[in-house]
Design a protein. Structure first.
Length: 52
């Protein structure tokens, strides 16, 4: 749901960088998924290194 919040805030502040809302709507879920995926990998990496 983070992407919905980001998209709504972007709309409410009126396209601050001149980037259209449709691009923000398309790219934000991808960025959130990448962050979620990479944070999951970091947790696994930390757990394996701690056990060693």
């Amino acid at each position: 749901m983070l992407f919905a919040v980001v998209t709504t805030v972007w709309y409410l502040i009126g396209n601050p960088l001149g980037i259209d809302n449709s691009y923000v709507v398309a790219v934000t879920p991808l960025i959130v998924r990448l962050i979620d995926h990479s944070s999951g990998r970091m947790l696994v990496f930390c757990k394996t290194n701690r056990a060693a």
